[in-house]
Design a protein around this ligand. Structure first.
Ligand code: AP5
Ligand code: ZN
Length: 217
């Protein structure tokens, strides 16, 4: 399956993507994680992306589209993928359409996670991520680690993302509404959008997402 996951910052895209990718046996491709990996490795791409991310703005398309395409070209993505955080504006969506069309491929679904704004603000404020693996995500109240500041999965140090400060979150939400939400209409015109509520427990949301992807909604 080829799926795009869309939703506001803090909706739980990364959290859900980890479970959905495992259930569907497809790789989870997160452009945010790819940028963060480049930043921690000190690459040129990471240096270019960091200032945009810290301000809550989108990294320019010239950088992002090439990086996303390179990742989708890896052998593990040959039979499907779950895109998280890409595309993030209409230009990126059109670039993805063109790439898929050239390879005679199609998206199967665009899964839209709906969460009220006050809830995403709470989710982001309490989020803690593992330094060793950004798929190890915790929340100080909703899914606290057994030992404060320590990852349950691998023992790594938990940290708060630089762009999770209150001011930056406000910019990220605004960018979501103005630049990312229009891709939902773009894909609705292609009949691909399934919208679910991302409220409730993590496994309830996963069940809802799996049912929606099977067309049972
Ligand atoms: P990115 O990393 O994609 O961030 P985002 O879209 O802002 O999304 P988040 O990672 O903040 O949230 P999430 O929805 O994954 O939530 P999570 O599962 O962690 O992008 C960061 C930046 O990179 C962008 O601002 C931009 O600069 C750049 N970038 C990335 N892609 C780009 C692109 N294509 N083009 C240009 N620039 C790009 O969950 C949040 C918290 O809630 C966690 O603590 C979790 O434990 C908790 N939680 C999750 N589910 C639940 C639940 N059901 N109940 C209670 N708590 C929950
Ligand atoms: Zn870890």
């Amino acid at each position: 399956m080829r799926i795009v996951l869309v939703g506001p910052p803090g909706a739980g895209k990364g959290t859900q993507a980890a479970f959905l990718a495992r259930n569907l046996s497809i790789p989870h491709i997160s452009t945010g994680d790819l940028f963060r990996a480049n930043i921690s490795q000190g690459t040129e791409l990471g240096k270019q992306a960091k200032a945009y991310m810290d301000a809550g703005n989108l990294v320019p398309d010239e950088v992002t589209i090439g990086m996303a395409k390179d990742r989708m070209d890896q052998p593990d993505a040959e039979n499907g993928f779950l895109l998280d955080g890409f595309p993030r504006n209409v230009a990126q969506a059109k670039a993805l359409d063109a790439t898929l069309e050239a390879a005679d491929m199609k998206l199967d679904a665009v899964l839209d996670l709906e969460v009220p704004e006050d809830e995403v603000v709470k989710r982001i404020a309490g989020r803690r991520i593992c330094r060793n693996d950004s798929a190890h995500v915790f929340h100080v109240t909703y899914s606290p680690p057994k030992q404060e500041g320590v990852c349950d999965v691998c023992g790594g140090e938990l940290y708060q993302r630089d762009d999770d400060s209150e001011g930056t979150v406000r910019t990220r939400l605004e960018v979501y509404h103005t630049q990312t939400e229009p891709i939902i209409d773009h894909y609705r015109a292609q009949g691909l959008v399934v919208t679910i509520s991302a409220l409730g427990k993590v496994d309830e949301v996963t069940d809802r997402a799996m049912a929606a992807l099977r067309g049972e909604h």
